[in-house]
Design a protein around this ligand. Structure first.
Ligand code: COA
Length: 326
């Protein structure tokens, strides 16, 4: 059967790295509070000339090189973001132009922090349907530009960055238990719009005519995150027909180290199997999963044949998980 096989990863971060101590000079907070409540130590903040599209392009270039293909080989770009360069056109088409690809399908997906999981399922479905052979799936954000820098309860939590993967149509074994079954084995997505008001941006083109600022009821989001993430990971593994013991790595959305620990405990997953980058990147929304994935691939933790579970939850609420064999 045809499956979408992950053949390359890449990521990009803004040049400027900001410590908790530096933030504490601007807002009423401390390094101790941020580390204890979230595990975050640093975040990267986009500077002049750095945008969601430029970060996405840099991540895409790295992923394309890692896959050993050229930009002209890409026939689909799906870009997940809640911080597009412009309301329109889709940032995916800006990245397409920057890469010099003159004709392919390119569009954005908006599912906030789970946007990358949504984009993966969309690209996987389009590849398995035979419509496309080589997709670039990108998560890219500049959340620093949506933050209320007077609100200490949110501004310390987020950062900017981008991650990308190349998915290619390949012949693969049918049976997921067979090591020759490579690529995306199963995906599961959810949304529950009743929780819109727990995490949202208070502006938009059709309401205020402004960009708006991020607003969040952190404690309630936390509670839902642990329950939903553990459930959707279990669901995706059942769909893949694999037991939790088969998992080599979990690459979670990097919102808060305590959410990652609590979710792993709920599933009886050893903490050593969870890729953690929240200390270095903070919450980069749709970029966080592909950023962490690229790090674990490049430092050699994720190896060919490994079973990797990707998961995320974000505003909406939206949440999802994907099971991949490398
Ligand atoms: N520095 C110092 N104190 C802060 C602070 C900061 N940056 N932010 C909040 N506080 C204070 C609060 O004002 C509150 O003070 P009070 O008790 O006097 O009212 C106290 O710290 C505790 O706040 P609370 O919100 O209960 O803390 P918490 O333990 O729930 O941690 C979060 C807050 C935001 C870190 C946590 O709820 C969280 O991570 N939630 C999930 C967020 C998330 O993942 N969002 C993205 C999903 S995509």
């Amino acid at each position: 059967m045809i499956r979408a096989v992950l053949t390359g990863t890449g990521s990009a971060l803004p040049a400027r790295r900001v410590s908790n101590a530096e933030l504490a000079e601007r807002v009423d907070t401390t390094d101790e509070w941020i580390v204890e409540r979230t595990g975050i130590r640093f975040r990267h903040i986009a500077g002049e000339g750095e945008t969601t599209a430029t970060l996405a392009r840099d991540a895409a270039v790295a992923a394309i090189a890692a896959a050993g293909v050229t930009p002209q080989d890409i026939d689909l770009i799906v870009l997940a973001t809640a911080t597009p360069d412009n309301t329109f056109p889709a940032t995916a088409t800006k990245v397409q132009a920057m890469l010099g690809i003159n004709d392919c399908v390119a569009f954005d997906v908006a599912a906030v922090c789970s946007g990358f999981l949504y984009a993966v399922q969309v690209a996987d479905s389009m590849i398995r349907a035979g419509a496309h052979r080589r997709a670039l799936v990108i998560g890219a954000e500049t959340f620093s530009r949506l933050l209320d820098w007077e609100d200490r309860t949110t501004c310390v939590l987020f950062g900017d960055g981008a991650g990308a993967i190349v998915l290619e149509a390949r012949d693969s074994a049918d049976d997921n238990a067979d090591p020759a079954a490579r690529g995306i084995l199963a995906t599961r997505l959810h949304a529950d719009g009743r929780h819109n008001e727990l995490l949202y941006v208070d502006g938009g083109p059709s309401t205020t005519g402004t960009v708006g600022k991020l607003r969040m009821k952190g404690r309630e989001v936390f509670r839902h995150a642990v329950i939903n993430l553990a459930a959707v990971m279990e669901e995706a593994l059942v769909a893949a027909g694999l037991p939790i013991e088969a998992v080599d790595w979990v690459v979670p959305h990097q919102a808060n180290a305590r959410i990652l620990d609590a979710t792993a405990r709920k599933l009886s997953l050893p903490a050593e199997k969870v890729v953690m980058t929240v200390d270095q990147h903070a919450n980069t929304s749709a970029a966080s999963v592909p950023l962490a994935l690229d790090q674990a691939v490049r430092d050699g933790r994720i190896q060919p044949g490994h079973i990797v579970v990707l998961e995320a939850m974000g505003g909406g609420f939206t949440w999802g998980a994907a099971v991949v064999r490398f």
